[in-house]
Design a protein around this ligand. Structure first.
Ligand code: URA
Length: 204
């Protein structure tokens, strides 16, 4: 093969990109996941939200943020006056990574290699949607968007502008709220997430 024949095909719109991603084998995660969970939302969305990776529900449904973390996300953005239908919502990693435990599939964090491999898709989604603002929810999304490990709990609420001019708003992942055992603490963390989402509504 000549070198140019080995270059991946470049999609001209989001649906072509989605179709290409459905056959993605850039990292081993495609082997065990049910399907690629690509981003969804209007191609002219002003704001793009990026999560970590699909969870168990998303893997089965083929749509991002439709499980328990998605419910928290939906509720909080609604309280902040943000309409989900106007957002483009995606994940840093497009396949569910898990370890089987009996009948359950336990979420596993994607590693740096998997994040880097999937950045191919995230960056193309961004170059097609051309948002005003990108919201990185959690460390994996921040790592994918900024190319380095970011302490999101310390930097939450801040905007980092990339070299290409894209503004990245940093916040926590909604599943972080779900993992907090103490009710009062969880309530306080949800309120902080709401404050972040109100800031996003202002910035957008
Ligand atoms: N968590 C994520 O990061 N993304 C989803 O789509 C669902 C849960």
């Amino acid at each position: 093969n000549k070198p140019e024949e080995q270059l991946p095909e470049i999609a001209s719109n989001l649906s072509e990109l989605r179709a290409q991603a459905s056959a993605c084998q850039r990292c081993p995660l495609h082997r065990d996941a049910t399907q690629t969970v690509f981003g969804e939302g209007p191609a002219d969305a002003r704001v793009v939200f990026v999560g970590e990776q699909p969870g168990d529900h998303e893997d089965l449904a083929g749509r991002p943020f439709v499980g328990p973390a998605g419910r928290v996300f939906d509720e909080v953005i609604e309280e902040a006056g943000i309409e989900r239908e106007k957002l483009y919502v995606t994940n840093a990693v497009k396949h569910f990574k898990f370890t089987p435990r009996g009948k359950r599939r336990l979420h596993q964090r994607p590693n740096v290699g998997e994040i880097s491999a999937c950045r191919w898709w995230v960056e193309q989604e961004l170059s097609m949607v051309k948002p005003n603002l990108v919201v990185a929810m959690g460390a994996t999304a921040a790592h994918s968007l900024l190319g380095q490990a970011i302490p999101v709990t310390q930097m939450r609420g801040q905007v980092v502008t990339r070299d290409d001019g894209l503004r990245v708003f940093l916040t926590i992942h909604p599943s972080f709220i779900l993992r907090i055992q103490d009710q009062d603490e969880a309530k306080a963390e949800r309120a902080r997430f709401l404050t972040d989402m109100c800031a996003v509504a202002e910035l957008a």
